[in-house]
Design a protein. Structure first.
Length: 272
């Protein structure tokens, strides 16, 4: 059996959490990441019959039973993941009953998965219905995206179209748009359910005055999605109080979609 610290999924999590911390997206213990793993690959590094702990999760995740995830821990700082992954994240399997998880590795010293676990698992379940290859749910607090939620209408269409107009590549990266939720108490089942309803249609959901959830087939895709949204939000914050002399029109946005063979969110572009 290979060394778990050399597993590609452990090394990737270490690299991405360090990068997100350096970018200022995940201050202190803010933010969390989960990635659905291939059991066959995990079995090369861990004995899947060796369950370290069984933890209740307080909700029904039966649709994900038997699935294995690597996830950051509650109260843990992203800047510490790289130097002590076994303390700051862990690997678990959703138990057959659906309301418990079986810890297979990590969360040492009594650690537990992120408090946003309901949102992560419910979002994984919803994204798999749309795209069975979706494996990553990533949550962070990028400053410009947060700032935008204070000054912009919190409406899916309006928020999305503002971002689409900031950078040409935005409509290429998220042609389906972005979901937006008003402020809610974090770490609850309620916010998890609300986010899952949105993320069925959008790969990114913004929480007002809090942060963003991004989904993807791998860490690069989810990271790149959030990175693009944050860059567009930064441009918006910089120009929002400046007279605009020109912008990307709806017809031009459609021309981009046609060039890249993409379908924008139906009815959101005014082409009359």
């Amino acid at each position: 059996m290979y060394n778990i610290f050399e597993a590609p999924f452990v090394k990737e999590m270490c690299e991405i959490t360090a990068q997100m911390y350096r970018m200022g997206w995940d201050e202190r213990n803010g933010g969390n990441i989960s990635c659905r793993l291939d059991p066959q690959l995990v079995s090369q590094y861990l004995d899947l019959n060796d369950v370290k702990r069984v933890l209740p999760i307080g909700f029904d995740a039966s649709e994900a039973k038997g699935q294995i995830f690597i996830v950051t821990g509650t109260g843990r700082y992203f800047r510490n993941v790289e130097k002590a992954p076994q303390d700051n994240m862990g690997i678990f399997r959703v138990a057959p009953c659906g309301n418990e998880i079986e810890v297979l590795w990590g969360f040492e010293g009594g650690g537990r998965p992120t408090s946003e676990l309901p949102t992560h698992l419910l979002n994984h379940i919803e994204r798999q219905k749309v795209d069975p290859e979706n494996r990553v749910i990533l949550h962070c607090h990028p400053a410009n995206t947060l700032a935008m939620t204070f000054v912009h209408e919190l409406d899916d269409k309006a928020f999305t179209k503002t971002l689409w107009r900031m950078i040409t590549e935005c409509i290429v990266v998220f042609p389906e748009g972005i979901g937006v939720l008003p402020w809610m108490v974090c770490g609850t089942l309620e916010i998890g359910i609300a986010t899952a309803k949105k993320i069925h249609d959008y790969r990114a959901v913004i929480w007002g005055q809090h942060g963003i959830f991004g989904a993807g087939r791998d860490l690069d895709e989810a990271f790149g999605l959030v990175e693009t949204i944050e860059k567009a939000a930064e441009i918006y914050i910089k120009i929002m109080n400046t007279p605009i002399k020109q912008s990307i029109t709806d017809k031009e946005l459609m021309a981009v979609c046609e060039s890249f063979h993409l379908t924008p969110h139906e009815g959101w572009l005014d082409l009359e």
